[in-house]
Design a protein around this ligand. Structure first.
Ligand code: SF4
Length: 394
């Protein structure tokens, strides 16, 4: 827990109503914000005994209110009868994660620390003027197991995977802050979602896939799958499934052109070396010149930024529909690397460009609030269940 901050104990995703006479908890309220369509239908069937057709119709109405209009309350649902609204409020809620901290950079980047219950906190970042209008970088895990040496998140041990509802909750909380309801409003700022925050998304693929299903649904938040990118450090066995299940765009956290260096920078490379990783990229479902794979390459002074490495990068990516994002290293306290000089980055980009690859140099965004690429981290630590119960009771 960050010192001096209120406890992050928001009751999410479910909370119990109390019986007024005995004080005992009544049946738990299920949070609708974060359910898939089929989960929503199943919840309605279970709580109200609706048949499949009735549940589908009611789920459609609720879907629009929750994901298109951003409703937080059943009372605003004007196309649902009053009695039904009351019954819904007795069984369900439409909850948000708790915004524990919100920081705005001088360049307009917004970083949020969100709480999903005792000890479960993650950061996400909204970056304006990226993608069509603006990109939200979401987290998929609290902490990470992978220890990439250039990444601040890698210094935080894994606490747990986020649920699909908690991933969707990040999108909803930021849409609240940007006042982006209804979801199809003409001047919306949030056009892209990238899974590049805390955690390795492919170690939490089921929940990531469910979250993508919800945020890309055209009758709700409605983000195009071509504007949803999942970045992996190289979990080769899950890459094909990601493409098959989600049709999301793929990004690879590459950062080195030989196994010896990549073993050091991205240690999962010891398990899935470059040749296997690049083969999985060649076979990624739907990859084409219109749907290129993005290769992220962080520029580390004297480590991976020579002309020879630029040429080797071009050679390695031959035959893969690719674009290369060069990322000036964003320092964090205690980081063992320095960022390459601007001249070096430009010289590297020039070689890659001349070989015919788009290789934009990513402008660092939100550095002043530690919101830039590889800088995210929360204070969450893995706790025993008994500790969590004790904290929740306070
Ligand atoms: S780069 Fe991604 S996979 Fe590697 S430690 Fe950081 S969050 Fe984990």
């Amino acid at each position: 827990m960050i010192a001096g901050r209120p406890s992050g104990a928001c009751l999410y995703p479910i909370m119990a109503k109390l019986d007024l006479s005995s004080g005992a908890p009544l049946a738990a309220l299920t949070n609708l914000a974060g359910l898939t369509r089929s989960e929503l239908g199943a919840a309605l069937r279970e709580r109200f005994g609706l048949d499949v057709k009735q549940a589908r119709m009611r789920a459609s109405q609720l879907w629009r209110w929750v994901y298109d209009f951003g409703a937080r309350d059943f009372s605003v649902m004007s196309n649902i009868g009053k009695e039904m609204r009351t019954a819904l409020a007795e069984q369900f809620e439409i909850a948000r994660p708790k915004v524990i901290e919100r920081q705005v950079s001088t360049d307009g980047t917004r970083k949020y620390l969100l709480g999903f219950g005792p000890g479960i906190e993650v950061e996400c970042v909204f970056i304006p003027n990226v993608g069509r209008t603006g990109a939200l970088c979401v987290s998929s895990q609290v902490g990470c197991t992978l220890n990439c040496t250039f990444c601040h998140t890698g210094t935080q041990k894994l606490v747990r995977n986020l649920t699909a509802a908690e991933i969707i909750g990040q999108v909803i909380a930021v849409k609240d802050d940007l006042e982006e309801w209804p979801s199809d409003k003409a001047d919306r700022q949030l056009s892209n979602v990238v899974f590049m925050g805390m955690g390795e998304p492919l170690y939490n693929l089921d929940n990531v896939a469910k979250a993508i299903e919800v945020i890309s649904d055209g009758e709700g938040i409605g983000l195009s799958r071509r504007r949803i990118t999942v970045s992996t450090s190289g979990v080769v066995p899950q890459m094909h499934d990601l493409g098959e299940q989600t049709s999301a765009m793929l990004a690879i956290s590459l950062h080195a052109t030989n196994d010896a260096l990549r073993d050091e920078l991205v240690p999962i490379n010891r398990k899935y070396p470059l040749a296997e990783l690049l083969e999985a990229c060649r076979n990624y479902p739907g990859a084409s010149n219109a749907r290129r794979i993005t290769f992220e390459y962080v520029m580390l002074k004297g480590v991976n930024d020579s002309d020879d490495e630029a040429r080797e990068l071009v050679r390695l990516l031959k035959g893969i529909p690719a674009k290369i994002n060069l990322i000036p290293f964003n320092p964090w306290p205690g980081a063992p690397y320095e960022c390459s000089s601007w001249e070096r980055i430009e010289a590297f980009a020039e070689i890659v460009n001349r070989a015919g690859y788009a290789s934009p140099i990513r402008t660092p965004r939100g550095r002043d609030i530690q919101a830039a690429c590889g800088q995210l981290k929360s204070e969450s630590v893995k706790k025993r269940a008994s500790e969590l119960r004790r904290e929740a009771a306070v």
